[in-house]
Design a protein around this ligand. Structure first.
Ligand code: TXA
Ligand code: MG
Length: 310
């Protein structure tokens, strides 16, 4: 706590992924977050707050839709983009007139936020473009001594980043599918909410290649996995598989357990990508979960991991 009050950068557990947090009102500390991540300064950060009652300090307009979503899903894996107040400085928003806000659903994060009383700017606690951390150990591997302290809150229960909903312009839109299903957002708002990645708003997760392991990634529906593995092995490649136990794979092909049930896949996805990648395979064949609920977010992250590298 003292660390955060005095410009420290602390890795913090949330229900989605671990965050690399700094006092949102300390510009120097926020700049250190960008430096540690290796993230371009134009990519804005999410401000984490202790509860819906802090919304007005950071957002100058809070439309009815934002109230409804906040009341329904906070604390939880939902980020709202709203017109900012002066408290959200250019250092956080990258000069945009909006700010991204969220109340994380993790006892450790909530306790820190309540004690601090303010906001914590926190991107995921990984190097820019790499797989997000879902355990304190992942953070240690990635960032090690670059951070002042790592708070260990155990493995993340959701496992993929928050769903970002833009409520700063007329029609609500999803800027990043994530740990809250789009169906849930639509149910509460009583309308369709399209996924939109705008050219003017920079969402780092929207760069084509992101969440990328070292190995190549090949996507497949579970039914085609065995055939894909065979083809790739015939090309002389070392192949690992991310998929469910039900796959009838040759015994010498390592499999990393990613169930097809979307929420279960989301929870373990990043940890399994890291484990698989650590074994130095040439290619990882990844089975896609069903395209509903958190399956949308898992498919999105896997597609980015499979995208051509720049
Ligand atoms: O679950 C999460 O959201 C995690 C945990 C730590 O809370 N955080 C996270 O942060 O994923 P990060 O920085 O990796 O992703 C935040 C996303 C970025 O893609 C960023 O561009 C977008 O939020 N963002 C931040 N402010 C924005 C704004 N004003 N308008 C649009 N997008 C914004
Ligand atoms: Mg990130």
């Amino acid at each position: 706590m003292e660390l955060l009050r005095h410009g420290g950068v602390v890795a913090l557990p949330t229900e989605t992924v671990y965050g690399l947090s700094a006092n949102a009102e300390d510009e120097l500390a926020v700049r250190r977050v960008f430096a540690i991540k290796g993230r371009p300064a134009t990519h804005p950060l999410i401000v984490h707050i202790a509860g819906v009652e802090h919304l007005g300090a950071w957002a100058r307009e809070v439309p009815e839709a934002a109230r409804k979503l906040a009341e329904a899903f906070w604390p939880g894996p939902l980020t709202l983009v709203l017109p900012r107040t002066a408290r959200a400085t250019d250092a956080i928003t990258g000069g945009q007139d909006t700010v991204a806000l969220r109340v994380p659903n993790h006892p450790v994060a909530l306790e820190v936020l309540r004690k601090l009383g303010g906001g914590l700017a926190a991107p995921s606690a990984n190097r820019f473009g790499k797989v997000s951390p879902t355990t304190a150990e992942h953070v240690r591997e990635d960032l090690g001594s670059d951070v002042d302290f790592i708070l260990d809150g155990g493995p993340c229960t959701v496992g993929v980043e928050s769903t970002i909903v833009d409520l700063s312009s007329e029609a609500p839109a999803i800027l990043r599918p994530g740990g809250l299903a789009a169906e849930d957002v639509e149910r509460v708002l009583g309308r369709k909410v399209p996924v939109r990645t705008s050219a003017t708003v920079r969402v780092s997760g929207s760069l084509e290649s992101h969440y990328a392991p070292r190995a190549g990634v090949v996507l497949t529906e579970p039914g085609q996995a065995v055939a894909r593995v065979q083809e790739l092995r015939e090309q002389g490649l070392r192949v690992g598989v991310l998929g469910p136990a039900s796959l009838a794979l040759p015994p010498d092909v390592p499999r990393f357990d990613v169930p097809t049930v979307p929420a279960e896949a989301a929870r373990v996805l990043y940890a399994r990508l890291r484990e698989a990648d650590a074994q130095g395979h040439d290619v990882l064949v990844a089975c896609l979960p069903a395209e509903s609920g958190l399956g949308i977010a898992v498919r999105d992250r896997l597609s980015r991991a499979a995208a051509p590298r720049g």
